[in-house]
Structure formats: C-alpha cells, structure tokens
Design a protein around this ligand. Sequence first.
Ligand code: UD1
Length: 416
Amino acid sequence: MQRLAIQGGFSLNGEVGISGAKNAALPIMCASLLCGNTLRLDNVPDLNDIATMRRLLQQMGVAIESNGKQMALSAAHIGKLEAPYDMVKTMRAAILVLGPLLARFGEALVSLPGGCAIGSRPVDLHIKGLQAMGAEIQIEHGYIHAKCKRLKGARIFFDLVSVTGTENLMMAAAMADGVTVLENAAREPEVMDLASCLIAMGACIEGAGSDTITITGRDKLHGANHCIMPDRIESGTFLVAAAASGGNITLTDARADILENVLEKLQEAGAVINVSGSTISLRMNKRPLAVNVRTAPYPAFPTDMQAQFMAMNTIAEGSAMVVETIFENRFMHVQELRRLGAQIEVEGNTAVIKGCAQLEGATIMATDLRASASLVIAGLAAQGETIVDRIYHLDRGYEHIEAKLSALGAQIRRIR
Ligand code: UD1
C-alpha cells in the first residue's frame, strides 16, 4: 500500500498546470459508445479512474489509442454490453455506460454500484429516467438489466439534482426517438462539457448549463474532436493548499468562471486572488480566517471541495461551520484531522471547527478521494511529519499530485 510522507510547515510558491477534468473526461469517454466512428479527445488526465474506464470500454470492444493527453476511441465493434461488478465497485462513474449502450444497442447489463465511503448513493433516478423513455429494466443478481427497442423522448423531472443521472439521460436522449426534456437537471460545468462534445458528434441539445435541458434525438451520431475542460476541483484543491500553507501560487490552464463560489470563499479567508485569462493567482501571507461553507449543487459551493475547506478551517483564526447537504456520510476525514490535533465537533450534517494555531504531524488514513486531498492539505500545514496512508484514493482523481506539490516547494514524497 503506497503512502505519502509530508514534512509540513513550508509555504507553496510558483506555477502549477491544471489537468483536464476527471468528471468531464469519464462521461465523455462513455459518449464514444454512441457511434461507430472515432471520438478524438485532448487534455485527458492521467488518472486511475481514467485507466479503469479505459479497461471497461476496451473489454466491451471499444478500440482505444492514447498518446500523452490525447485519446482516440472507436466503438465500431462492440462485443459485450456489460459493466461488471469489479469495475463498477471501484468507480461508480461506470454507471455512465448504461444510457449510451441502451440508446445505441437496445440492451445493457450494468452492475449496481452498491454503497461507498461517502454514503449509499443510489442510482434510482438513472433507472426511473430510462424507464420513462420506454426501457424495460429488471434488477437481477445485483445487476441492472435494461432492454428496449428504441428509447422514446420523454419529459423527466429529477427529484434530486444528479450529475451523472443528468449525463446518463442526456446521452440516452441524444439517440432516442423524439424530444426529451430533463427538468431540475444538474447545471455542473462537466454536464456542459459533455453536451458540447455530444453536439460536436451531431446531437441536438439545448439548455445544458441550465436546469432544463431539451434534447431532440438523432438516428445516428458521428465522430468528433473534443478538448476536455480544466479540472475545477483540482484547481480549488491547489488554491486551498496554498491558502492553508501560505505562499503565492499561479494556476495555469485553469478556468475562474466555474470556480466563483470557491474563489469568493478563499477571499473571505483573506487570500488575494488575481485572474487573468486562463491563470488564477493566489497570495496568502497570513493565517487564514475561518469561513463557513454549505455544499449544494452547482453553482453553489461544491461538495467535492468541502473536505479541503474543512482542513483549512482547522488552522484558521476563529470558528467555522461546514454543512454538507449532498452526501449523508461525507465527514470521514474528521476523525483523521483530529489525529493531527484539529478541533472539530460533528452533529448530523454539520461540522463546527474551532481553528487552532498549529496542527501536529501524525499518521493518518485516506478514506475517499476528496478526503485524501484534505489530509494532504492538513499535512502541508502541520508541524513535523505526516504520513498519509491508502493514497490509492488520491491517485483516482489527482494527476501527479506529489510532483506538482514538490514543484511548488512542498516537502512531499511517495513511499512505495
Ligand atoms: C458526481 C461527481 C462527484 C460529486 C457529485 C456531487 C462524477 C463522476 N462524480 O457524482 O464527484 O461529488 O456529483 O456533485 O461526476 N442520488 C439519488 N439517486 C440517484 C442519483 C443520485 O438519490 O439516482 C443522490 C445521491 O445519493 C446524492 C445526490 O443525489 O445524495 C447527488 O448525487 P449525484 O449528483 O448523482 O452524484 P454523482 O453523479 O454520483
């Protein structure tokens, strides 16, 4: 099991390039299933989740070639319409093959994801939406078995805002017969990135980025070229790391327009932020001020940045309240942060953090992807050595994190 050893107490300074967004790349790779021609992608991040999705698509028959950040996917010959349990359990985003397989081939067998560290995370909204479009769905032996002749356009209202739910149904609707209207749809930028890739493939989609998306189904889609958007969560994570450790960093290849809420919160914490084109700079030369955070669907504060802000609040001046409204069990990092000396009380979905002047290094354990990032941030800000165990979670979603942090002056190394 690999670990990270972090010597805390050094400020972060310099420039760091932001990678392509994991949560845009995964659904877009699945969109390749919608046609028999080649989908050429650029800015694909080098991550374990991308490797898992690649294996999943390859075992279905998708031909995939990679060259650095470029990836070409061709689903001309699909032999297997199945996403097995082994893959879905390591990466829930595998559920995103369901909509495209059903729309193009009329059948799909996809394992139910089951629970995960941050909550039960059901996929009932994906299933209900596809049923509304005419799919026959049976749940057998832990698998979703979906069949249809051709999906039909429908009006679908999401009871809860679901990012991958919106993406799955948008892909399915792109090849359905007639018009589909998704209401209370997710407005996340990654949904917009998928929509723009689907439009380049010939799909007819209006309103992506708003809560009502209208899709007019096409008989056929075709190949296209698409460049994956920058990762807003990776961007936010580096900015919070610099705000917690002090220093002066510049993100390149980033987008400030999709990070507004996060940037505002960092300014509230006392950071000086400058945006110019695709660069975002942050300067912090004092102890951060505590900031309250309440997660909610985009454009509100992202749940995927909650743990990182919690880490910053542990060493901030004052007390802060962090409310998690999306996932019921997303405070797994609290116990670990406490091992570093953090003062955090949790009651239901609310954590109250009393900032302390100094954290002290210890051995801690990563429990999920974003929780791992918060532990690294806390380790960078702590006095002495912190060992973060089980960093395979981190490798799922952060490209070369220790190399990027080292280049900024962090004392961090991987123990293999
Ligand atoms: C996506 C992101 C994840 C992020 C999350 C919320 C990807 C690959 N992952 O996950 O990083 O943390 O959005 O921004 O893009 N729900 C149901 N039934 C469903 C679907 C969802 O009850 O069928 C609930 C979930 O349990 C959760 C809430 O709805 O409480 C939002 O989940 P959702 O937006 O679907 O998260 P994901 O798409 O899985």
